[in-house]
Design a protein around this ligand. Structure first.
Ligand code: SF4
Length: 361
């Protein structure tokens, strides 16, 4: 006989029994990331016809996607824009001329291991080679982190170099994804940076609050709150479907901890190369308290040519976005070139919308 609920069994909506199951800790989510194409295809009810392509691309750069990100993909859609960012393809084996393993000439530059000093007054620390997600278009997908991290991740030489250069006002934590490291290490690193008197800002480049929003927990916000450094977190989000309620909530926790939030996206064929998607991305980010900052042209990294959007087309796309949005929601279209001390901004010409500045006064 089937069991049926009686009135006395009924529970109030806020009763513990009706609570959704707690999500695993972010470290567990990180460890449980999908790393096998078969698992990903099954998770999304996709045809195994996609498997040979995925198997062909996978040895060049491993598949890695956390469940929290996969959950935002449309089941059954092989062209889903989030899936496209992570699924290996046979096309990765075809490199047109100009595509290289080190498109920004960052490897073997000499200097201090683990430290990249290509921008004036800013020093970039390569904190880790690990990421929560492996993005197929990543310009560091072939980066030899094991060589470039220098002293095994203690950062002694890099921090000594920053301390000796009084012109350095900003330290950028990059990787890999710095938020893959635990908060004990990050908090300790941040305190060492804050002890260098001439450094006033800390910038963290990360995709983790987007792909595993639970990463923004009390431990993270505790050390962010306590630092004397002005802190900027530059998120990496390419498509409006990446911004769900959990990402909004993570952004809100970061802002409450005193962090300024910016976003960098990459313009990617088949992912966000149309004005509707770019406008929706800016609107969604802003509704989450994140300012769209840069839209990068693809760096010509080996294995990613199928994501390329030619510059002229990119400029036209930006013109359409600029015609529809206030200036502060129009990201700068930019290209990074090896050896140049700053990014080259291609559009829009005048970034800040005159009406917005007028109204803000
Ligand atoms: S999270 Fe950033 S560093 Fe990591 S693979 Fe993606 S683009 Fe590259």
């Amino acid at each position: 006989m089937p069991l049926t609920a009686t009135r006395s069994d009924a529970r109030a909506p806020n009763d513990a029994m009706t609570e959704p199951p707690a999500r695993p800790d972010w470290r567990q989510q990180l460890a449980n990331a999908i790393q096998d194409p078969v698992t990903l295809l099954r998770r999304l009810s996709l045809s195994e016809d996609l498997l040979p392509g995925a198997r062909a691309g996978e040895p060049l750069f491993a598949l890695r996607v956390p469940e929290a990100f996969a959950a935002r993909m449309r089941p059954g859609d092989p062209d889903d824009p989030l899936l496209r960012q992570v699924l290996p393809l046979a096309a990765e084996r075809q490199d047109p001329p100009g595509y290289t393993a080190d498109p920004l000439a960052e490897v073997d530059r000499g200097g201090t291991p683990g430290l990249i000093e290509k921008y004036h007054a800013r020093s970039l620390l390569v904190t880790t080679g690990a990421c929560a997600i492996n993005c197929r278009y990543c310009f560091r997908r072939h980066f030899p982190y094991h060589r470039e991290r220098g002293d095994g991740g203690r950062w002694d030489a890099a921090l000594a170099r920053i301390a000796a250069d009084v012109e350095t006002t900003e330290v950028i934590l990059s990787g890999g994804d710095p938020l893959v490291l635990d908060d004990e290490r990050l908090g300790a690193l941040c305190r060492r940076i804050a002890a260098i008197g001439h450094v006033s800002r800390l910038r963290i480049h990360t995709r983790l609050p987007v792909v595993i929003p639970d990463r923004v927990d009390d431990r993270l916000t505790a050390w962010l709150r306590e630092t004397r450094l002005q802190t900027v977190v530059v998120l990496h989000c390419n498509h409006p479907a990446e911004v769900d309620d959990a990402v909004r909530s993570a952004s809100s926790r970061l802002r409450e901890a005193g962090v300024t939030l910016l976003n960098q996206a990459v313009l990617l064929a088949g992912v966000n190369d149309d004005p509707d998607t770019l406008c929706a991305l800016s609107e969604r980010l802003f509704s989450a308290g994140v300012l769209p900052y840069y839209l990068h042209l693809l760096d010509p990294v080996s294995g990613a040519a199928h994501f390329d959007v030619p510059e002229q087309r990119a400029r036209r796309l930006l013109e359409k976005v600029a015609a529809r949005l206030p200036g502060y929601l129009v990201p700068r279209l930019a290209r990074e070139e090896p050896g140049r001390p700053n990014k080259t901004v291609l559009a829009p010409d005048s970034h800040v919308d005159a009406d917005f500045v007028q109204n803000a006064r």
